[in-house]
Design a protein around this ligand. Structure first.
Ligand code: FES
Length: 328
C-alpha cells in the first residue's frame, strides 16, 4: 500500500446520499452516481480513494468498498463502478438488481489507501478489468495539473472494455489497451525499461497481475517505494462458526454468507474498518483463545502472525473449529 492507513472512528463516518444515475456500461459493469441527500458538497478526495457503500438487503446490511472514479475536482457527485460477481456473497448483485435512481443509501467518507505519489516525475498505471476504476479519478486529478502519466489497461474482450472508448477518445496518446481474447499482453519488462528516473508504477487488478508487476519491477531493480498496488479481497463464504466476543459479553454465529466483521456489526458491536478487504489493518483484532484453525485471507498480517493464532482480520478471514474468543 502506498499510504499509511488513517485512523477512523469505529465503522467510519457516514454520508446519506441519493442515487442520481445508474448507467449499465456492459454485461458486467454498471456505474452508480450519488449526490448528498442534504444538498451539500461531498468531502474532497484524491484519486485512488474508496468509499464503503451500505446496502440494506431486506434488513441485512452489506458493506462493500468501491473506488471513487469520478473527477476529484467535482464535489457535487461521487461515482463508483460495480462489477457484477455472480459467485460472490451478493453485494454486487444487490447493487445491480436493487439499486435505482432516487434510492437513498449511505456511504462512508472517502479514505485513500492507494494515493498518487505526487513527487513522481511520471505515473504509469497498469489496470486489469474493473481495476481501471481508481485510475479514472487519478487520471482526472493529474490532467488538472498537467501531470505526466500513461495507462496500460488489460481487458478480457472489447465488449468488456469498461471506459475504453472514453479513455481512448480523451487521451489517444496516453492510453494503451490490451485484449486477452486477441492474445495481446502488456510487455512489462520493455515498459519498465523505458521509463525515466523517478517514475512510479501503480497496479490495480487481479492478484496474479499485482504479484506479476511487483515481481517484475523488483527483478528489474525498481525500489518497492515506487511500485504501488491495491487489491481489495472480497470475503468468501464458508461454514458457519461461533465466536465469543469477550469485551461485549456476547456470543455470535457467523453465517455462511457473512463475514466475521459483518456478524460482529449485526450483533450491535462497534468494530473499526476502512477497506473491508484485508488491506488496511484497521480491523485487526486480538484472539483471546481458540481451539481450531484460522482461514486467514488478509494481506495485512505477516505469515508469522498468521501462524501464531494471536490476531485475525475479521473483514476477510474466517475460522473453523470448536471455539474462538476475541478481544472485541
Ligand atoms: S477493514 Fe481493512 S483490513 Fe479489515
Amino acid at each position: 500500500m502506498s499510504a499509511a492507513p488513517q485512523k477512523a472512528k469505529p465503522g467510519a463516518e457516514k454520508i446519506a446520499v441519493n442515487v442520481t444515475a445508474v448507467v449499465p456500461l456492459n454485461d458486467l459493469v454498471t456505474r452508480f452516481e450519488f449526490q448528498r441527500s442534504d444538498g451539500d458538497l461531498f468531502p474532497p478526495f484524491s484519486g485512488g480513494a474508496h468509499t464503503v457503500v451500505t446496502m440494506d438487503d431486506n434488513g441485512r446490511h452489506r458493506l462493500n468498498p468501491y473506488s471513487l472514479m469520478s473527477d476529484p475536482a467535482d464535489l457535487t457527485t461521487y461515482a463508483i463502478s460495480v462489477r457484477r460477481d455472480d459467485e460472490g456473497r451478493g453485494g454486487s448483485l444487490f447493487m445491480h438488481r436493487n439499486v435505482s435512481v432516487g434510492d437513498r443509501m449511505t456511504i462512508t467518507y472517502p479514505v485513500n489507501l492507494f494515493s498518487l505519489d505526487l513527487r513522481a516525475r511520471k505515473h504509469v498505471f497498469l489496470a486489469g478489468g474493473i481495476g481501471i476504476t481508481p485510475f479514472m479519478a487519478m487520471i482526472a486529478q493529474l490532467e488538472h495539473s498537467n501531470g505526466n502519466w500513461e495507462l496500460h489497461y488489460a481487458c478480457r474482450t472489447p465488449a468488456l472494455g469498461t471506459y475504453v472508448d472514453e479513455l481512448r477518445y480523451k487521451y489517444p496518446n496516453k492510453v494503451h489497451i490490451y485484449y486477452d481474447d486477441q492474445n495481446q499482453a502488456i510487455r512489462l519488462e520493455d515498459l519498465l525499461d523505458g521509463q525515466p528516473l523517478g517514475t512510479n508504477i501503480y497496479v490495480c487488478g487481479p492478484k496474479g497481475m499485482i504479484d506479476w508487476v511487483h515481481a517484475t519491477a523488483s527483478a528489474a531493480g525498481w525500489p518497492d517505494a515506487n511500485v504501488h498496488s491495491e487489491e481489495f479481497l472480497a470475503p468468501q463464504p464458508g461454514e458457519p462458526f461461533e465466536v465469543r466476543l469477550c469485551k461485549s459479553d456476547k456470543t455470535i454465529t457467523v453465517g455462511e454468507h457473512e463475514s466475521l466483521l459483518e456478524a460482529i456489526e449485526r450483533a450491535g458491536v462497534e468494530a473499526p474498518f476502512l477497506c473491508r478487504g484485508g488491506s488496511c489493518g484497521q480491523c485487526e483484532t486480538n484472539v483471546v483463545s481458540h481451539d481450531g484453525t484460522f482461514v486467514h485471507r488478509d494481506h495485512w498480517l505477516t505469515e508469522d502472525q498468521h501462524a501464531s493464532g494471536e490476531k485475525i482480520m475479521p473483514c476477510v478471514s474466517r475460522f473453523a473449529g470448536k471455539s474462538l474468543e476475541l478481544d472485541r
